[in-house]
Design a protein around this ligand. Structure first.
Ligand SMILES: Cc1ncc(COP(=O)(O)O)c(C=O)c1O
Length: 362
C-alpha cells in the first residue's frame, strides 16, 4: 500500500548509505572486537578543552542557538583573516552541499562532477531531479580538461572533492585555475575540501589562489575529520558575500546546534592541538603506504586520512574476508577498498587482515 503521493524522485532514490557500524559486523559474523574504519572518522575525540566547551554548552540547550552560528563565523573570519560576510556555516559540509543545490539547481539543470567521487553528489542530483554529468577519473585522479569540456550552457554546478573521496588523490589550485579559465563564470564551482588538513600544503589554498579572481568558487570545509567532531555536524563555506547570502537564504533554521557551535568555536581556539593529531595521522598514513608498497601493493597517492586499496574486481571478496576478521572498511565494487587511517594498533590490525585476505586468495 502506498501512503501519500510520494515524489517520483524517491522511487529510485537509494538514500545515503553510512559506513557499517562495528557492532553490526560483530552480529553478522558472530565475532567480537570489530573495528570500524569505514567512514573516514578521526579515531580520537575532540581535544580536552574542546570536549570541556561542548560539555559546558549543555546548559543552554533549552534555547535555540544563533541561527547563523555567528560566533563560529566570526571565529573563522579571525582565524583565516577574512571578512565575516564571506563565511557561511551549515550542518556539516554535507548540509552546505545541499544548500548549494537548493540555491542554484532547478529540475533538469546539469551538475558536473568527476566519478567515482563523494556519493552525496549523486544522491542530491537524484533528489533535486538534476541531470548528473559524470566525468571519468584518469589514474584515480581528476581529468580537469574533461571536466571543463563536460560543462555546457545547462550546467549550474560543478562539484570537485579535492582531495577526492574515495580515491584520496588531489589536484593543485594552479590546475583548478586553468580549469576555471575554460568555463563560464556563472557556473558555481564547489571545491569540497573535507580532507584539506591531511593534504600537502604545496597544492595551494583556494582562498588565496582562486577566490579573488573567481567569484563563482565556493570552498567547503568541515570540523568532522581533522577536528574529530563528525558527530556534532559543523561545516563551513567560504565564498563571495553574494554567494554566502544565497546559501544563507536556504539555511535550515538553527542548522548548527548549540553544542556544535560551542565545539567548533573551541576547536578553532585550540586548533594547534588538533593539528598535532593530524600530523600523527599523516605519519601513520605514510607508514601504511610504505608497508603496502613493500608488500607489493602500491596505492594511489593519498592526501587524506584514508587509503584506497586497489583491489579491482576482487574488492567485494577481500572486503568480506577483512570484515570476517573484524575490520570494517568501505568497498567500492570494481575499484577498491577504502580504509580509514586510525591508531597505530588499529592500522597494524587492518594491514594484517588485508594481507591475510589477499594471501588466502580471497
Ligand atoms: C568529500 C567529502 N565531502 C564532504 C563530506 C561531508 O562531511 P561532513 O558533512 O561531515 O562535513 C565527506 C564525508 O565523508 C566527504 O568525504
Amino acid at each position: 500500500m502506498a501512503i501519500g503521493k510520494r515524489r517520483k524522485a524517491l522511487e529510485s532514490l537509494a538514500g545515503y548509505r553510512p559506513g557499517k557500524a562495528a557492532n553490526q559486523a560483530e552480529i553478522e559474523h558472530g565475532i567480537d572486537n570489530a573495528i570500524k574504519l569505514a567512514s573516514n572518522e578521526n579515531p580520537w575525540g575532540p581535544v580536552p578543552p574542546v570536549a570541556d566547551a561542548i560539555a559546558a554548552a549543555i546548559d543552554g540547550v533549552n534555547r535555540y542557538g544563533d541561527h547563523r552560528a555567528t560566533p563560529v563565523r566570526e571565529a573563522i573570519a579571525g582565524w583565516l583573516d577574512l571578512d565575516v560576510a564571506s563565511i557561511s556555516t551549515g550542518c556539516g559540509s554535507s548540509g552546505i552541499l545541499q544548500q548549494v543545490m537548493l540555491a542554484y539547481v532547478d529540475p533538469g539543470d546539469e551538475v558536473v562532477f568527476p566519478w567515482p567521487s563523494f556519493e552525496i553528489y549523486n544522491i542530491f542530483c537524484n533528489l533535486f531531479d538534476a541531470t548528473q554529468v559524470r566525468v571519468d577519473l584518469r589514474d584515480h585522479g581528476f581529468d580537469l580538461d574533461a571536466v571543463a569540456a563536460a560543462v555546457s550552457d545547462r550546467t549550474k554546478v560543478v562539484f570537485l572533492a579535492n582531495p577526492n573521496n574515495p580515491t584520496s588523490t588531489a589536484v593543485s589550485t594552479e590546475a583548478l585555475a586553468s580549469m576555471l579559465a575554460k568555463i563560464s563564470d556563472d557556473v558555481m564551482v564547489v571545491v569540497d575540501e573535507a580532507y584539506r588538513e591531511f593534504a600537502s600544503p604545496s597544492l595551494g589554498d583556494p582562498i588565496a589562489d582562486l577566490l579573488p579572481s573567481h567569484p563563482n568558487v565556493i570552498i567547503t570545509r568541515t570540523f568532522s575529520k581533522a577536528y574529530g567532531l563528525a558527530g556534532l555536524r559543523t561545516g563551513y563555506a567560504i565564498a563571495h558575500p553574494e554567494v554566502i547570502e544565497d546559501l544563507d537564504r536556504v539555511l535550515l533554521a538553527f542548522s548548527v546546534n548549540n553544542l556544535a557551535q560551542a565545539g567548533a568555536a573551541a576547536a578553532i581556539e585550540h586548533r594547534a592541538l588538533a593539528m598535532e593529531r593530524v600530523a600523527e595521522l599523516v605519519s601513520e598514513r605514510d607508514r601504511m603506504v610504505a608497508a603496502l608498497a613493500s608488500a607489493g601493493w602500491p596505492v594511489p597517492e593519498t592526501h587524506t586520512n584514508f587509503i584506497l586499496l586497489p583491489t579491482g574486481d576482487k574488492t567485494d571478496d577481500i572486503y568480506l574476508a577483512m570484515e570476517r576478521q573484524g575490520v570494517v572498511t568501505r568497498p567500492f565494487g570494481g575499484l577498491g577498498i577504502r580504509v580509514t587511517i586510525s591508531t597505530p594498533e588499529e592500522n597494524d590490525r587492518w594491514l594484517a587482515a588485508f594481507l591475510n585476505a589477499v594471501g588466502s586468495g580471497a
